[in-house]
Design a binder for this molecule. Structure first.
Ligand SMILES: [Zn+2]
Length: 75
């Protein structure tokens, strides 16, 4: 995948989307118009929260166990 604004290319791996967003933010954020900036921020937040969630699942392991223990607190 190639950057829309310069010649930098990105490896097609698991971090591709996040790497691309980081690069756009660092190198080309001023080139985005207001609407693109808003979209960029929203999509970046969504991507990061998904990554955090995947990481969380990996660390916790059995998510059902956590869900059940959370439920028992409410009851
Ligand atoms: Zn670029």
């Amino acid at each position: 995948m190639k950057c829309k604004y310069c010649d930098k290319t990105f490896l097609d791996d698991d971090n591709l989307v996040l790497n691309y967003f980081e690069h756009t933010k660092i190198s080309h954020y001023e080139l985005l118009d207001d609407e693109d900036k808003i979209m960029h921020d929203i999509r970046e937040k969504m991507i990061k929260s998904k990554i955090d969630y995947d990481q969380f699942k990996k660390e916790i392991g059995d998510s059902d166990l956590v869900f059940n223990s959370n439920n028992s607190d409410i009851v």
